[in-house]
Design a protein around this ligand. Structure first.
Ligand code: NDP
Ligand code: 8X3
Length: 250
């Protein structure tokens, strides 16, 4: 692990993954749309580890922005050998007949197209080196549907299909592709889903111990540190109290 690229590192899983992987003294590119928060994360990492951090502020939904940002990465941070495709979101919980088109577009454009854009731009560096590891953050929603989760779940089903597609495409080059599929984890995720309604977000995690971002960072680190001949294809992880999207022990 030498040059790491993480999307969505301003919050939640991505931020925790950045802190965790920084322990390996790497060159790290962290990305997101919130520039100030990226700077804070970078400052914290550089003042506590030997890792060097480059921040890139861009919206993964916009291919031109992805292209410009990734083209600007200096040689010292290349070739990228670890890509964590983490940026993503859910918006609202509505049945399809009542869904807002713009919410669907945001989820599809971020969770599917954004992941594809970034991978399209970074994977050639790995192919050239015949070396690399891509980790896609999926979800238990990659496997199941819950009420009102229709489009979000569809995007995460698509992520699983893309993980398998990339694994197939990159197999000849010795590049590992893994997916981590968490269940309920308390981050900014539900606050974003409910447009900043903190009370509504808190209710999602009431009565049980949800996962926390560091649990996911732990697993990312584990997946990345297996021997060269071992690829963990997918890890599904939930809180002990959660069986699936609808069955939670309260
Ligand atoms: P957070 O809301 O805490 O973090 C989401 C991150 O994604 C932020 O850094 C945000 O940065 C970034 N992001 C969102 N949209 C864009 C965009 N258009 N362009 C660039 N960056 C973007 O949520 P989590 O950490 O929980 O979510 C991370 C991933 O994990 C997502 O893919 C989510 O679907 C998945 N997941 C979450 C679970 C949970 O229960 N929390 C469970 C399973 C999967 P910024 O706003 O600065 O752009
Ligand atoms: C995020 C968790 O429960 O909305 O993927 O599927 S959930």
């Amino acid at each position: 692990m030498k040059n790491v690229f993480i999307t969505g590192a301003t919050s939640g899983f991505g931020e925790a993954i950045a802190y965790r992987l920084a322990q390996h003294n790497v060159n790290m590119v962290i990305t997101g749309r919130t520039e100030q928060k990226l700077k804070e994360v970078a400052q914290k990492i550089e003042s506590t580890t030997q890792s060097k951090v480059l921040t890139l502020t861009f919206d993964v939904q916009d291919y031109a922005q992805c292209e410009k940002a990734i083209a600007s990465i200096p040689e010292a941070f290349k070739p990228i050998d670890v890509l964590v495709n983490n940026a993503g979101l859910a918006v609202e919980l509505n049945p399809v007949n009542a869904g807002a088109i713009e919410d669907w577009e945001r989820m599809i454009n971020t969770n599917i197209k954004g992941l594809l854009y970034v991978t399209r731009l970074i994977s050639p560096q790995m192919i050239e080196q015949k070396k690399g590891h891509i980790i896609n953050i999926g979800s238990t929603a990659s496997h199941e549907i819950y009420y009102g989760g229709n489009v979000y779940c569809a995007t995460k089903h698509a992520v699983l299909a893309l993980t398998k597609g990339m694994r197939t495409d990159f197999l000849p080059y010795g590049i590992k592709v893994s997916q981590i599929s968490p269940g309920a984890a308390e981050t900014n995720f539900s606050v974003v889903r409910f447009h900043g309604d903190q009370a509504k977000a808190d209710k999602v995690y009431e009565g049980y111990d949800p996962l926390v971002a560091e649990d996911i960072a732990d697993v990312v680190d584990f997946v990345l540190t297996r021997p060269a001949h071992v690829c963990l294809n997918e890890i599904i992880m939930t809180p002990t109290a959660q069986f699936n999207g609808t069955i939670v022990r309260n």
